[in-house]
Design a protein around this ligand. Structure first.
Ligand code: S3P
Length: 423
C-alpha cells in the first residue's frame, strides 16, 4: 500500500495509543508458563504480538477472545511439544524470548521467521544459553534454529550488550534452570520482564543492573497493559514539529527504562506535560500533553541509548527541526533492527532535503531545515521507518509518497486512523 504524507495546519485532540508491544509479548509468554487462567486487558494487535500469541497456542495454551480489548489465556500444567516449527514472523522479541523459554523444556522445537528476521543476529542469545547447557542447531547463528530441550544450570552472565531481549531470554531460561541465574548488563535496558516476574510471584532479586532468578513457577494473573510509549513517540514528535499543535495521549507507559524520549525532548525545549500518574499491573502510566515547540539540538549517547533505542529514527526527524547540531552516538545496534535503521533514516531524510551525516554508530544532524519533500521513499520493510517517514512528511513543503506503508502493521495497525483524528 502506497500512501501520501503532506503538510498539516496543526494536530489537535485527545487519543488513546494502543497497548505496549514489549509488555504484550511478555504478558502472552509468561501467562503460558502459569498453571491456570490469565486475563489480559488491552493487548497489542500488531503482527509481532500475534506471532507470539499463535506460538503459545501451538505450545498448548487455550486462548479465548472475550471482547475487543480482553482475552483469556488458559495455560495447562506444562507446555506441550508443538506439531510444527514455530513462525516468529518479523519479531525479534518473539524469537529471543521464546528461545529462552524453550531451551529448558522436555521436547525439541524449531524457530523460523521472515526474510528480515532470518538475517538478524542470534549469537547474543545462543552463546549464553549454551553456557547454561542449552543445545541448538543453526547456520551461523541465524534462523531457522533447532532447539533441543535440555536440563539447564544457572550461570552468572556479564552481558557485553544492554539488551532487554537478551536479558529476558536468559531470565526466562533461569526459571527452568538448577541454581541461580544472574544477568548483569552495562546500562539498564527496559525492565518489563523483571516487573512482570515480580507481579507474577517469580523468585527474583533486582540489584541495580544485576538481576537474579531461581527456578520458579509464575502465578496466573490479571494483567492490564498500558499504551506504548514507542508508538506514542511518533505522535509526540508530530505535534512538537507541526505548528499550532496541542494533543493529549492517554494512558501511556512511563516506566523510566523507556522514558529516555521524554527526557531528551525536554532537554530539546519540548513543551511536554506528564499528567495523572498511576501504577497499573506494576507499570507506571500517565497522560502526556504535547504542544508545538521551538526545538534546540542536543547530544544523545551512552546510558541514554537503551532508554530510547526504538525512538532514535523519529528523534532524528525531530532533530531536523531543532536549531543547532544534534549528535547521536553509541547506537550501532540500530543496524541490527528490522532494517539497518542508521542507513534507512539517513536515506529518507536526505531524500527529503535534511542535512544529515551517517556515522557508524549514529548521526550528525544540522537543523533547523525546511524539508522540501516532493519525493518517494520506501519503508525498508520496517514499521518504525514507515512511521518516521510519515511524520517527516507532515513538515515537508511538498507531499511525500511512502511505498509499502503496510509494514506499519507490525506494531501499530491503528496508526493512520489515529493520526487522521488529529488533523
Ligand atoms: C525489546 C527490546 C529492544 C527493542 C525491541 C523490543 C523488548 O531490543 O529494540 O523493539 O521487548 O525486549 P534489544 O533488546 O535488542 O535492544
Amino acid at each position: 500500500m502506497d500512501i501520501i504524507s503532506s503538510k498539516k495546519p496543526g494536530l489537535k485532540g485527545r487519543i488513546e495509543i494502543p497497548a505496549d508491544k514489549s509488555i504484550t509479548h511478555r504478558a502472552f509468554m509468561f501467562s503460558a508458563l502459569t498453571k491456570g487462567k490469565n486475563i489480559i486487558t488491552n493487548y497489542s494487535k500488531g503482527a509481532d504480538c500475534m506471532s507470539t500469541l499463535k506460538i503459545i497456542r501451538q505450545l498448548g495454551c487455550e486462548v479465548e477472545f472475550i471482547n475487543d480489548k480482553q482475552l483469556i489465556i488458559n495455560a495447562k500444567n506444562a507446555l506441550i511439544k508443538p506439531l510444527s516449527p514455530l513462525d516468529c514472523g518479523n519479531s525479534g522479541t518473539t524469537t529471543r524470548l521464546m528461545a529462552g523459554m524453550l531451551a529448558g523444556q522436555k521436547f525439541n522445537t524449531e524457530l523460523f521467521g521472515d526474510e528480515s528476521l532470518s538475517l538478524r543476529p542470534m549469537k547474543r542469545i545462543i552463546e549464553p544459553l549454551e553456557l547454561m547447557g542449552a543445545k541448538f542447531e543453526h547456520n551461523n547463528y541465524k534462523l531457522p534454529i533447532k532447539i533441543s530441550g535440555q536440563n539447564l544450570n544457572g550461570i552468572t552472565y556479564n552481558s557485553p550488550l544492554s539488551s532487554a531481549q537478551v536479558k529476558s531470554c536468559i531470565l526466562l531460561a533461569g526459571l527452568f534452570a538448577n541454581g541461580k541465574t544472574t544477568f548483569i548488563e552495562p546500562y539498564k535496558s527496559r525492565n518489563h520482564t523483571e516487573l512482570m516476574f515480580e507481579y507474577m510471584n517469580a523468585d527474583i532479586q533486582i540489584k541495580g543492573n544485576e538481576i537474579t532468578v531461581s527456578k520458579s513457577e509464575l502465578s496466573p494473573s490479571a494483567i492490564t497493559i498500558c499504551g506504548d510509549i514507542s508508538s506514542a513517540a511518533f505522535f509526540i514528535i508530530a505535534a512538537l514539529i507541526t505548528e499550532n499543535s496541542d494533543i493529549t495521549l492517554k494512558n501511556i507507559g512511563i516506566n523510566e527504562t523507556r522514558t529516555g524520549i521524554i527526557d531528551i525532548l525536554k532537554q530539546m525545549n519540548a513543551n511536554i506535560e506528564i499528567l495523572n500518574e498511576k501504577t497499573v499491573s506494576n507499570e507506571k502510566v500517565a497522560d502526556i500533553r504535547v504542544k508545538y515547540s521551538d526545538l534546540k539540538a542536543t547530544t544523545i549517547e551512552g546510558s541514554q541509548i537503551p532508554r530510547l533505542i526504538d525512538e532514535i529514527p523519529i528523534i532524528a526527524v525531530a532533530a531536523t527541526q531543532a536549531a543547532g547540531t544534534t549528535i547521536i552516538k553509541n547506537a550501532q545496534d540500530l543496524r541490527n533492527k528490522e532494517a539497518d535503521r542508521i542507513s534507512a533514516v539517513t536515506e529518507f531524510l536526505k531524500n527529503m532535503g535534511a542535512d544529515i551525516e551517517e556515522k557508524q554508530d549514529g548521526f550528525i544532524i544540522n537543523g533547523k531545515t525546511k524539508l522540501k519533500g516532493n519525493c518517494e521513499t520506501d519503508t525498508k520493510h520496517d514499521h518504525r521507518i514507515a512511521m518516521s517517514a510519515f511524520v517527516a512528511g507532515l513538515v515537508c513543503e511538498k507531499p511525500v509518497k511512502i511505498k509499502e506503508f503496510e509494514w506499519v502493521n507490525i506494531s501499530f495497525p491503528e496508526f493512520l486512523t489515529l493520526m487522521e483524528k488529529l488533523y
